[in-house]
Design a protein around this ligand. Structure first.
Ligand code: PAF
Length: 283
């Protein structure tokens, strides 16, 4: 595996891959890799001849109160996992390389970035869209893999691709779960043992939602209220939001239409740890 930290060098390597007729798949990450990321690499490998992964903790998607300096950066372990997973090039730029003095261009999507995760993290999605657009210009991938777990990010990136005519295929990777159903996340380590035990209610309540949808429950409001009630059975669980949104627009569904695709979304706080999960379904 080749590790590159300069933009010009990454652009030259990307050009060499394209000139050699290789299809390139890109996996953008902020590092601290876990089994969920490894599944993204697998999907990238299955869809391309060469895999480029970025490990970049993007300052533009952190708010002032979110401690950027505390974000885990186990870089040596990430290098081992990426190489073991079959990544060909690891792009690991410094913050000053990506945002040099005088940087002033940002990509802003509205309204998709304003609700749900965007409501609790106001400039977060502007930071995500900006860095992903810049990374696409550096890595020049044919395809890029994003996890379905960050559903709003996935919808936002698809919208950006459409709006700004990026010639990149977006591949959505299914959510990877622990054996008891908890979606894998770098935040899970912050759960107390009690909260960790209760957190299985997220996937269980999505299971309840899935059953109601399979029984053709027509009302999104009924599904949402039953899912919320199930989450509330756990004393430490504080639902932040439970909602059904269009997978294309992230607008809340007032009714479920045949043939349309939706996310059933959850964000639940356990003390200071906030977990998200979702179910993607087509009616
Ligand atoms: O999902 C993430 O890890 C980040 O938001 C991303 C897409 C790598 C952009 O920094």
């Amino acid at each position: 595996m080749n590790t590159i930290d300069r933009i010009a060098e990454m652009q030259a390597a990307a050009k060499a891959l394209r000139d050699a007729g290789k299809r390139v798949a890109f996996v953008p990450t902020m590092g601290a890799l876990h089994a969920g990321h490894l599944s993204l690499i697998e999907l990238a490998k299955a869809n391309a001849d060469a895999v480029v992964m970025s490990v970049f903790v993007n300052p533009a998607q952190f708010a002032a109160h979110e401690d950027l300096s505390k974000y885990p950066r186990p870089f040596e372990r990430d290098v081992e996992l990426a190489a073991g997973g079959g990544v060909d090039i690891l792009f690991h730029p410094a913050a000053e390389e990506m945002y040099p003095q005088g940087f002033q261009s940002y990509v802003n999507l509205e309204p998709v970035s304003m609700h749900f995760e965007g409501a609790v993290r106001p400039l977060h999605f502007r930071g995500v869209a900006t860095v992903v657009a810049k990374l696409f210009n550096i890595v020049k991938p044919h395809a890029a893999v994003f996890g379905q777990k960050d559903a709003q990010q996935l919808t936002l990136i698809r919208q950006m691709i459409k709006d700004l005519a990026f010639d990149v295929e977006i591949i959505a990777a299914p959510i990877v779960r622990e054996p008891d159903g908890l979606a894998m996340s770098s935040r899970n380590i912050y759960l107390t043992p009690e909260a960790r035990a209760e957190a299985t209610v997220l996937s269980q309540s999505l299971g309840l939602g899935k059953k109601l949808i399979a029984k053709s429950e027509p009302s999104p409001q009924v599904i949402v209220s039953q899912v919320r009630a199930m989450i509330r059975t756990q004393p430490l669980a504080q639902p932040d939001y439970v909602a059904i949104v269009s997978a294309d627009t992230f607008i809340v569904a007032e009714e479920l239409r045949k043939g349309e695709t939706y996310f059933l979304l959850l964000a639940v706080r356990f003390g200071t740890t906030r977990l998200i999960d979702n179910l993607l379904f087509t009616c």
